[in-house]
Write a protein that binds this ligand. Structure first.
Ligand code: CP
Ligand code: NVA
Length: 301
């Protein structure tokens, strides 16, 4: 593993290795064990979109590992004034040990990796959000004791989260059912991949998808960059909500996850959100531990 650009990049064995290391790093942090895994290393973090969790967890994570992180807003970089990503990649490779990037087009992340000579981590694109899905898998395993054989149900937009969850969960041996409205299905290459798995279903019915699910997951109806479509999307997604009625179709002990930020009474009701807040905020916390595992694997000796 040289980069983390999308969930397709990881084998099932690599997913398990990252989750095991994440558990170990979480234990070490909670017990004050400091092994200085990334002493002297520097991560550049390019942000072309807003972030709370990704920015803070990567920055704190690098610090905890003995390294440093640089917050590089695209408003301040020459990239924001048109310097090509190909040149940015070659320059940053001379200064840094790794780059995390949050941007719009997946191609930009792929270009950064192919022109640069240091590991690149995708901190969210319109297509993919692999760091979030590693944290989600870690959280499910923590709460349920296993991944294999569990059923995950995703309700909502066929966006970056849906794309990454489908690939990650299927690779982890889980069943997956996805409920999206017409016209908002996941990416074509993800659906082609999922088609090979008999335990994958795509439907327009949230109730059908939620049947006997162990985990219910949703995400915002309008992602970053889609703000102008918000009112059209509110109509298209009406009914694609995790609420107490939908939970009656799932297993009685089903977990609910949300990558955050959440829009209460849109994709999730306030009641369900609060009833599952412990799981949702464990999920947010686990961004830190899962990403530290990715950083140690990619930037470590
Ligand atoms: N879930 C997530 O990636 O959050 P941020 O947008 O705050 O980084
Ligand atoms: N789908 C959302 C996820 C935010 C973490 C977005 O791209 O805005």
């Amino acid at each position: 593993m040289k980069h983390l650009l999308k969930m397709f990049d990881l084998t099932p064995e690599e997913i398990t290795e990252i989750l095991n290391l994440a558990d170990q790093l979480k234990y070490e942090q909670k017990h004050g064990i400091d092994k200085g895994y990334l002493k002297g290393k520097t991560l550049g973090m390019i942000f072309q979109k807003a972030s709370t969790r990704t920015r803070v967890s990567f920055e704190a994570g690098m610090f905890q590992l003995g390294g440093a992180a640089l917050f590089l807003s695209s408003n301040d970089l020459q990239i924001g004034r048109g310097e090509p990503v190909q040149d940015t990649a070659r320059v940053l490779s001379r200064y840094l040990d790794g780059i995390m990037i949050r941007t719009f087009a997946q191609k930009e992340v792929e270009d950064l990796a192919s022109y640069g000579s240091i590991p690149v981590i995708n901190g969210l694109t319109d297509y993919s959000h692999p760091c979030q899905v590693l944290a989600d898998l870690m959280t499910i395993r923590e709460h349920k004791g296993k991944l294999e054989g569990l059923k995950v149900c995703y309700v909502g937009d066929g966006n970056n989260m849906a794309n990454s969850l489908i690939v990650g969960c299927l690779k982890a041996g889980m069943a997956f059912s996805c409920a999206t409205p017409k016209g908002y299905t996941p990416a074509e290459d993800v659906l082609q991949f999922a088609k090979e798995y008999p335990c994958f279903t795509l439907t327009q019915s949230p109730a059908e998808a939620a049947k006997d699910a162990d985990v219910l997951i949703t995400d915002v109806w309008a992602s970053m960059g889609q703000e102008e479509e918000a009112s059209i999307r509110r109509k298209a997604f009406a009914g694609y909500q995790i609420n107490s009625e939908l939970l009656t179709y799932a297993k009685p002990d089903a977990m609910v996850l949300h990558c955050l930020p959440a829009h209460r009474e849109e994709e999730i009701t306030a009641n369900v959100f609060e009833a599952h807040a412990d799981e949702i905020f464990d999920e947010a916390e686990n961004r830190l531990h899962a990403q530290k595992a990715v950083l140690v694997k990619l930037l470590g000796a």
